[in-house]
Design a protein around this ligand. Structure first.
Ligand code: MN
Length: 335
C-alpha cells in the first residue's frame, strides 16, 4: 500500500518512554485518496510512539464493501528501507513488483515484500473481492540491511488451535501456554533482519489464552473486532495496546463477542529512522534523493535515472503515482 496522504509529514521515528501498564494508541482515519476511496485506520506511527520493535506503520481497514469504496486500487509506487506485510482477513489483492514478483494476497497468508535499496509495486483488489478487510504493516530495516536487494516472501502458517482459539504466527515465534495439556509453539520460517513477532489471534467468546513472549521485545495488540481484555485492561476496537519490554506473558481474554486481533512485537530497533511518504531513510537529504530518483524514473521530473533504483515495470499497467511535494520544514533525527 502507498501512503496516499496529499501532504505527508516527514517523521522522525525512534524509541519512546514507556510507563507502567498498557498504553493505548488511538487510531486516526486516513482517506486513501480518490472520490470514493477507502479509509484506513492508522495506529502507527504516532507522535507519542512511532515504533514497536521495528514495526513502523500500521494501517487497518474494513470490512469495506468494495462496491462502495472501490476497494484497493494503488498503482505503482516506490519504497525504500522497509518491508511491507500484507495481512488480509477477507478479500484478495493482486501484488506486482519491480523485482519480478507477482502474487495473490489472500486471508491467512503472509506476503512480505522487502524494499531494501528500492522497489516499486502495485496493489489492486481483485474483481472477485466484494469485501476487503485486513491490515498493512511496514517494518523498518536496520541500517545493516536497508540497502539489500529487493525481494518477496510468501508463507501460509498453520494455526495453533485449542478450545476456543486459533493463533496464526506469520513472523517470529510464540508459545500458547495451556493449563491442561501441552504448551503449543509456532515459529515462522520467514527470515527477518531484526527479531519480530507477527500473529493473528482469534478467540471465541469467553475464552482466555496466555501467550509466552520474549521479555526483551516490546509488543502491540490491535483489536479488529470483539470484546478483549489485554491483561486487566479492556482494549477498544480499532485501538492498539502497547506493552513495554519486560513482558513475558500476555493474557488475552474475550468477552461476549468473538475476538479478531493482531499481535505484533520485536526487539526495540535502537535506531532512529526518518519516514516520509513511502520512503524510510536516515537523513532528509537521503529522502530528497529517493524522491528525485522516483520522479525521474517515472518521467515526472527531469533528472538522471542512474541505476534505476525502483526497477522496471510492465508497461501495460496503470500510470505510476507521482510523489507529493516535500514539506518545507527540514527534519533531522534527534541525537
Ligand atoms: Mn506500498
Amino acid at each position: 500500500m502507498s501512503n496516499l496522504e496529499v501532504a505527508p509529514d516527514e517523521m522522525v521515528c525512534g524509541s519512546a518512554q514507556s510507563h507502567a501498564g498498557v498504553e493505548l494508541l488511538v487510531p486516526r482515519n486516513v482517506p486513501l485518496g480518490g472520490p470514493r476511496a477507502m479509509d484506513v485506520r492508522r495506529t502507527l506511527p504516532q507522535k507519542q510512539r512511532s515504533l514497536i520493535g521495528a514495526w513502523c506503520f500500521l494501517d487497518h481497514f474494513g470490512p469495506d464493501p468494495v462496491g462502495e469504496t472501490g476497494g484497493m486500487a494503488v498503482p505503482r509506487h516506490p519504497h525504500t528501507g522497509l518491508q511491507t506485510v500484507s495481512w488480509l482477513f477477507t478479500g484478495e489483492v493482486e501484488h506486482r513488483d519491480s523485482a519480478g514478483f507477482h502474487a495473490m494476497v489472500r486471508p491467512g497468508e503472509l506476503n512480505l515484500m522487502t524494499a531494501g535499496r528500492g522497489i516499486s509495486h502495485s496493489e489492486f483488489s481483485t474483481p472477485e473481492t466484494s469485501v476487503l478487510h485486513g491490515a498493512q504493516l511496514w517494518v523498518a530495516l536496520p541500517d545493516s540491511a536497508r540497502h539489500v536487494s529487493p525481494t518477496f516472501a510468501h508463507h501460509r502458517p498453520e494455526p495453533l488451535t485449542g478450545t476456543g482459539f486459533a493463533v496464526s504466527v506469520f513472523l517470529g515465534s510464540l508459545t500458547v501456554l495451556q493449563d491442561h495439556g501441552a504448551d503449543l509453539h509456532s515459529s515462522s520460517p520467514v527470515a527477518t533482519h531484526t527479531e519480530l513477532l507477527g500473529a493473528e489471534i482469534r478467540l471465541e467468546p469467553h475464552t482466555s489464552i496466555r501467550v509466552a513472549v520474549k521479555a526483551k521485545h516490546e509488543h502491540g495488540v490491535l483489536l479488529d473486532s470483539g470484546t478483549l481484555h489485554v491483561g486487566v485492561d479492556e482494549l477498544p476496537v480499532d485501538h492498539l495496546a502497547y506493552l513495554p519490554t519486560g513482558t513475558q506473558e500476555i493474557t488475552l481474554t474475550s468477552g461476549d463477542q468473538p475476538v479478531l486481533a493482531l499481535l505484533i512485537g520485536g526487539e526495540p530497533l535502537g535506531e532512529q529512522i526518518l519516514m516520509w511518504w513511502n520512503f524510510v531513510g536516515r537523513t532528509h537529504d537521503e529522502v530528497v534523493e529517493y524522491r528525485r530518483q522516483w520522479q525521474a524514473e517515472i518521467g515526472e521530473e527531469p533528472g538522471d535515472t542512474g541505476s534505476k533504483r525502483f526497477g522496471d515495470f510492465p508497461s501495460d499497467t496503470p500510470a505510476p503515482l507521482p510523489a507529493p511535494v516535500l514539506p518545507s520544514v527540514r527534519l533531522r533525527p534527534r541525537d
